[in-house]
Each structure stands twice: as C-alpha cells, then as structure tokens.
Design a protein around this ligand. Structure first.
Ligand code: FDA
Length: 385
C-alpha cells in the first residue's frame, strides 16, 4: 500500500487540526489511525437512542476561548449556540450557586452581605492560617477562604475527586480559590463561549472531511507501527509513556466513571451540572444533558442524566486528568528526552504531553506545531523535529 505524506496517531482535536491543515493548506495526503471505534477523541458525543439527547460520551465538554485565532479556525467547521455554562452545588440539603459568589455566601451564612461585608467576613475567617505556612491542601484552602466555606464546598468534593483526605494532599494542587464578591456566576471568563450547534461529532467529522484525509478507526498504531516508523513523518497524540513501552515507568492519571440513565421526567434537576459536596454521596456530580441545548426540541417526559464518579486510573482505564506527582514530573522529563531523540516523530495533545488541555488549548497548540514544525518541513525541507 502507498504510504501517506504524514501519519497522525489519534483523531482528537489535536490530531484532527494537524491533519486538516496539512491536507487543506499543503495538499498532502494524511492517514489518521484511531484505536477507538469512532473518530474525535474525548470530545466525541452521540445521541442517546431512546430520547435523541446528545450525550458527551467521555464527560461534559464546554467550548470556550479568548484566543481569536482558535475562534476563527473552529468557526470554519461549526457554528456555536449562545449557551453559557453555570454550575450549581448541593450541600446539606440546600442548593448553592457556584463558583463561590455573593449569592452563595448570603445563602450559606443566612443573611445578606454587601460586597465589602462579605470580603471582610472571608478575610477574618481565612486569617486562621497563613497561606505560606500551609502544609497540605486543607490548610491551604482554609488560608484562602476560611474554614466554614472550606468544609462545605471544598472538603467533601475534593476528597471524592482524589479519593484522599485533603489533609494528605499537596497544597500545590490549588493555587487560588477565587471568591467573587458579586452575583456573577458565569463559569468561564472567556470572550467566546458556546456549544457546537449540530453537536460535537458533526464538528469533528467536518474537520476530517477532505479528499486528502483518510481516517482508519479501530486501528491501534502499535499493531502497525513497523509499516510507518522511520518511513513517514508521524504526529503521535497517544500516551507518551506507552509509546516508549513504559520504559521510565507509568505516568499516573485520574479517570472518571460515567453512568448514564434515562429518567421519566421532563426535567430532573433544572440545570446541566449539579455538584454534590456532601461526603456521604458517592458521586461528584450529575450532568443532565438536555440543558446543554435548551434550543432543541425534545420528547416530553424523558431526560438523560449521567452520574460521575472520580478515581485513580488503572492500566485499562481511560486516562483523564494527569495526577502530576513529583515522581510523574521526573518521569515526564525523561520521556521528553526520549521524545526529542525519536526520529521523524512529533508528540502532541493531552496524552502525548501529559497535560490537561482544554479543547481550545489542544487546537491552539496543534496550530502552533503546524506553523513552527510541520509546514516548514513540507515547504522548505526543514527536519521533522
Ligand atoms: P484526545 O484524548 O481527545 O485524543 C487522543 C486520541 O488518540 C484518542 O481518540 C485515542 O483513542 C487515540 N489514541 C491513543 N493512542 C492510540 C494508538 N496507539 N493508536 C491509535 N489511536 C490512539 N475541554 C474543554 O475545552 N472543555 C471541557 O468542558 C472539557 N471537558 C473535559 C472533560 C473530561 C472528563 C476530559 C478528560 C477532558 C475534557 N476536556 C474539556 C478536554 C478535551 O477532552 C481535550 O482538550 C481534547 O480531548 C484534547 O484532544 P487531544 O487530541 O489532545 O486528545
């Protein structure tokens, strides 16, 4: 079989952006290998068959960016709705508006505060520990927002997320815990925000819809690597440790378990995401997917909810969030050295660089790799490195 001009391993936003640019702008043939049975990586979504409600299969995905280049680029493939993300949280029989804001403070302390009164209250409550002296995540959080808010809104949630008592977690996990002394509860601060009008999968498929691009799903690169390694330039977006046979040890990740069910009510919780802060509730959040697209029409009397549970990933689990311990960082440095030496292979994306990347960051970093490394290789014969 004829070799492509470029091989891309992984069809997430990083791989698709590289493939699209090389195919459209440079008119080169690109082969994308994807080991899952579908393209799109973690942003992939599908319609739940009974209700037709779009469900993000690998966890809720909200698009937002302040990067004008990325915004212009993504609008070539999809339009966006005017959805604005807002999150609510349950604690001890009450519902609060997140992120922590004046509404939450007033409801939690049972009386109204002006912005200055609330600021003074939190300053007083957080004076118990100095931030520089914090020895663990619990002390750091108390030093930032005080004990009462920490115990209600951080302690139980964090313990469930990490399956570890916050007293045992590093203070470095949090740098700041923003409290808004106003009623603004928009989750993201970016200039652009919205959800793809026809869904994520339509967007992802349009990126790959080019005569120069072939996508082979259900194909693991490691099963066919010898056909391509050293023969064509490769952009690899799978896990960097796996590429090197875990020679430096496995990098650690958290995963989430997502349990979807159809419930026979029109509206289960009145919002798209409800966090559960109580320690005795096993899940961290419930997503109700119809609320992501209030502009769509739905069958009455049915909704889809997804319970989310968080835990450390085993070998066979989907890696979702890098844990990034000191040991992980040391391993990563060694993998980066190996990656530099690997001829004709560039490593990118969230798995290839062991980094949590939002979608706009994955796309932005792929556009930079294209500009700085890939285009110069194909147009000026610069080394593929
Ligand atoms: P991605 O993981 O999408 O793609 C990599 C692909 O490579 C996968 O499809 C994988 O199967 C494939 N692959 C790996 N090894 C292979 C091999 N050996 N052979 C063939 N294929 C292989 N972002 C955001 O902006 N807003 C949000 O709300 C969220 N929410 C969110 C929730 C959760 C739970 C997660 C884990 C992530 C998010 N994200 C997000 C981040 C978003 O998912 C991320 O930015 C993109 O997935 C990054 O795309 P990549 O292409 O880097 O990786």
């Amino acid at each position: 079989t004829e070799l492509p001009d470029l091989l891309v391993v992984g069809s997430g936003f990083f791989g698709l952006t590289i493939a699209e640019r090389v195919a459209s702008e440079l008119d080169k043939k690109v082969l994308i290998l994807e080991r899952r049975p579908h393209l799109g990586g973690n942003a992939y979504s599908e319609r739940e068959p009974e209700t037709g409600i779009e469900v993000h299969k690998y966890g809720a995905h909200l698009f937002h960016t302040s990067n004008e280049r990325v915004w212009e680029y993504v609008n070539r493939f999809t339009t966006f709705t005017s959805y604005q993300h807002r999150v609510f949280g349950k604690y001890d029989g009450q519902v609060y508006s997140l992120p922590m804001n004046l509404n939450l403070i007033n409801v939690f302390f049972g009386k109204s505060h002006t912005p200055d009164e609330a600021r003074a209250l939190i300053a007083e409550q957080s004076s118990e520990i100095r931030t520089e002296d914090a020895q663990n995540l619990e002390e750091k959080a108390i030093s930032l927002i005080g004990r009462p808010l920490y115990e209600a809104f951080i302690k139980g949630y964090t313990a469930k997320q990490w399956q570890t008592d916050p007293k045992e977690l590093s203070p470095d996990i949090i740098t700041r815990l923003p409290v808004r002394y106003n009623f603004d509860n928009r989750y993201f601060n970016d200039v652009h925000e919205g959800l793809p009008t026809d869904g994520y999968t339509a967007w992802l498929e349009r990126m790959a819809d080019h005569p120069n691009i072939e996508v082979r799903v259900g194909c693991d690169f490691f099963d066919v690597a010898s056909e391509y390694k050293g023969k064509v330039p490769i952009v690899y977006t799978g896990p960097v440790d796996e590429y090197f046979g875990n020679s430096e040890g496995r990098l650690s990740w958290r995963t989430v378990d997502l349990e979807a069910e159809v419930v026979d009510v029109d509206d289960f919780q009145g919002c798209s995401v409800m966090n559960y802060n109580d320690p005795d509730v096993a899940w961290t959040r419930i997503h109700e997917f119809k609320h992501f697209h209030p502009e769509r029409t739905y069958l009455p009397g049915k909704t889809v909810i997804v319970h989310e549970y968080s835990r450390a990933a085993d070998e066979d689990d989907e890696p979702y969030y890098p844990i990034n311990t000191a040991e992980d960082r040391a391993k990563l440095l060694r993998y980066r050295e190996l990656a530099k030496e690997e001829p004709m292979v560039l490593f990118g994306g969230r798995l290839g660089t062991y980094q949590y990347l939002d979608m706009h960051m994955a796309i932005g970093s792929a556009l930079s790799m294209y500009d700085n490394k890939i285009k110069p290789h194909f147009t000026d014969g610069a080394p593929f490195a």
